[in-house]
Design a protein around this ligand. Structure first.
Ligand code: SF4
Length: 219
C-alpha cells in the first residue's frame, strides 16, 4: 500500500506521502453501502429464528455492519424475507418493499421464501416471493443455518461491489414505478389483472346461470 501511495506516477508531495489514498468513486461508494446494509426487523416463520440467531454473539452479524435491524422500511436497505410467504401476507410485503428507499435489496431466505418450500402449491402459500418483488440473493435450506445466511449476505456484498454509479437504477429518471400492491380476496390477485379477472368472472357466472351474454342479446 505504501509503495502505491508513494508512486511517482501521482507526484505526491513528500509531506503528504502516507496520507493520501487513491481509489475510484464507485469503489468507495460501494464500500460504504456494503458495510452498512441495514435489514428490516421482520420475520415470517421458522427461518426468522435462524435470522435472529445470526444476530447473537456466536455468529455476530455486526461484523458486516448489518446488525442495525430497523423497524421502519423507510430506514431499511435490505428486505430479508425469512419464512413462509402466505397469500395473506403478500400485500403487506409488497407495500413494505415499495416504502423502502433506493438503493434497496431483497434476500429470499430459505426454501419457503425462494419457492414455496414444503408448502409449495398449498392453498395459502405463494410459490416464491420473486413472483411479486425482485430478489437479489436466494439462500437454500429449510431452514438455512446462520452460516448460510451470512454466506448469502456476503454474496449480496459482492453484488453491491460490482454496481456502478453509471448504471445504478436509483439514479435513472426512467426507473420503474412502485409495484402494484396485490389484493387478497378469495385468492391473491395482481391489480394489473383486475379487468381480465372481472371479465372472466362475469362470463363464468353467466355460463353457470345460463344467462345469454349482452352480445348475444344485441344480435
Ligand atoms: S424454509 Fe423451512 S424453516 Fe424456513 S420457513 Fe419454510 S418451513 Fe420454516
Amino acid at each position: 500500500m505504501s509503495d502505491e501511495l508513494n508512486s511517482p506516477q501521482y507526484d505526491v508531495p513528500p509531506e503528504m506521502q502516507g496520507q493520501i489514498a487513491i481509489t475510484t468513486l464507485d469503489k468507495i461508494y460501494n464500500w460504504s453501502r456494503r458495510s452498512s446494509v441495514w435489514p428490516m426487523f421482520f420475520g415470517l416463520a421458522c427461518c426468522a429464528i435462524e435470522m435472529i440467531a445470526t444476530a447473537t454473539s456466536r455468529f455476530d452479524i455486526a461484523r458486516f455492519g448489518m446488525e442495525v435491524m430497523r423497524p421502519s422500511p423507510r430506514q431499511t436497505d435490505l428486505l430479508l424475507v425469512s419464512g413462509t410467504v402466505t397469500k395473506k401476507m403478500i400485500p403487506q410485503i409488497v407495500r413494505l418493499y415499495n416504502q423502502m428507499p433506493e438503493p434497496k435489496y431483497v434476500v429470499a431466505m430459505g426454501a419457503c421464501a425462494s419457492g414455496g418450500g414444503p408448502f409449495k402449491e398449498g392453498y395459502n402459500v405463494v410459490s416464491g416471493i420473486d413472483n411479486y418483488i425482485p430478489v437479489d440473493v436466494y439462500i437454500p435450506g429449510c431452514p438455512p443455518t446462520p452460516q448460510a445466511l451470512l454466506h448469502g449476505l456476503i454474496t449480496l456484498q459482492k453484488k453491491i461491489d460490482k454496481q456502478t454509479l453509471k448504471t445504478a437504477r436509483w439514479y435513472d429518471k426512467e426507473s420503474e414505478a412502485a409495484i402494484p400492491v396485490p389484493v387478497f380476496g378469495p385468492d391473491i390477485m395482481d391489480p394489473r389483472d383486475y379487468e381480465a379477472i372481472k371479465l372472466h368472472a362475469q362470463e363464468k357466472l353467466q355460463a353457470e346461470l345460463n344467462i345469454p351474454s349482452p352480445e348475444v342479446e344485441q344480435g
